[in-house]
Design a protein. Structure first.
Length: 379
């Protein structure tokens, strides 16, 4: 009994197809139910659920489902000593972006932001670009994923620093969208500024006003509704999210309402700080000699121009014999006049008055002319 050599009645034929199609290599031999070995580029067929081999009598088939570019190769069937080879030629399907990226407007930070686009093909090579440069390699901040035909960038805890243009490039095809951060300005003023700030003269303080907003707000300060003038005593310093007014060696003239205005394209907000600089009073004015008697002189004066920010509680009166250089206490009063007693008749005296508040004692104001006790009977 002799054996029949295998030969191909219908050999394999080349196949042209497109990505994701299903193709079938078919051949027929002259014998039934023979075992066959399939190869791809001369190597055993790789394990892949998309590949299926079939035998029906003399007919042998290789089915490849969802064809990919990597499937392009020469396929060979070997049956005993016979073999047949054919090529699979895969035409790449053109990439198309179906749903482009969409702009995202962020008005509250920090907050997660997601950019997503879809293409007509899954698992494509792609990359993300920020403002024309490769996305920073920060895996705690930026997460790039793809699922089926979707390509997604997630920005964790996005802030105004992430504002910019984001682009995904998929096989040379681009989609671009903007992360637009629009935050109306806000001022976070400390509760201590709810009350008037009281500062003693020659002391130093700093007003600190934290603020937020994007685009970066403009900051301006006013004092008593006039632009705040900078000097060696007052200067402004504004850095990221904080505006400060430095008050050095404070003066009474620094008293008033300090108003800060924070402005961007979205809104304007203001806050006010009430500063009172307190000091000793200004000297009393127009100290003059009035009535005289044989052993007394009454003097009068007008209130000081500035009480120093604290009520004047009284006046100190001093006297000086015209023959002496030193001043001596003469008394105290809360009124705008005082009678100095126990004077020597006929002796000339100078008098001076000082105003007093809780901060201190003013400089003195002297009488322009001396006063001389004279009895009314001797006049």
């Amino acid at each position: 009994m002799f054996s029949v050599d295998v030969h191909f009645v219908t050999p394999l034929s080349d196949i042209d197809c497109k990505e994701e199609e299903t193709i079938t290599f078919f051949c027929e031999i002259n014998k039934s139910d023979c075992n066959a070995v399939w190869k791809k580029d001369s190597q055993p067929l790789p394990p892949d659920t998309r590949f299926e081999t079939m035998v029906q009598g003399k007919e042998h088939s290789l089915i490849i489902r969802d064809v990919m570019l990597d499937d392009e190769a020469d396929y060979t069937i070997v049956i005993e000593d016979a073999e047949s080879t054919a090529g699979l030629f895969v035409e790449e399907e053109l990439v198309e972006i179906i749903t482009p990226l969409q702009d995202v407007v962020l008005s509250d930070v920090p907050k997660d932001v997601v950019f997503t686009c879809t293409a007509n093909k899954p698992a494509l090579s792609h990359k993300w670009i920020l403002n024309g440069k490769p996305l920073p390699d920060d895996k705690t901040k930026f997460f790039c994923t793809s699922d089926d035909n979707s390509y997604t960038l997630t920005i964790k805890g996005a802030t105004e620093k992430d504002d910019g243009e984001y682009t995904v490039v998929i096989k040379g095809h681009k989609s671009t969208a903007d992360l637009i951060v629009e935050i109306p300005p806000q001022i976070k003023l400390h509760k201590k500024y709810d009350d008037q700030i009281v500062l003693k003269a020659r002391q130093t303080t700093i007003f600190e006003v934290p603020f937020s907003g994007w685009p970066t707000p403009m900051v301006s300060w006013r004092l008593n509704d006039e632009p705040l003038e900078m000097s060696k005593h007052i200067h402004e310093e504004t850095i990221s999210g904080l505006s400060c007014i430095h008050v050095k060696s404070a003066k009474r003239s620094h008293t008033g309402i300090y108003a800060v205005e924070i402005v961007n394209d979205l809104a304007t907000v203001t806050a006010k700080i009430d500063l009172l600089v307190v000091d000793k009073p200004e000297p009393p004015e127009n100290v003059k000699v009035g009535e005289t008697n044989e052993d007394s002189v009454t003097i009068y004066w007008e209130p000081q121009a500035d009480d120093g920010g604290k009520p004047v509680t009284g006046y100190i009166i001093e006297k000086r014999d015209m023959n002496r250089r030193t001043w001596a206490p003469a008394g105290e009063t809360s009124e705008l006049k005082f009678t100095i007693v126990e004077l020597i008749e006929g002796q000339g005296y100078m008098f001076q008055v000082k105003a007093v508040n809780e901060i201190g004692v003013s400089e003195p104001t002297e009488t322009e002319q001396p006063g001389k006790p004279i009895s009314n009977n001797s006049m």
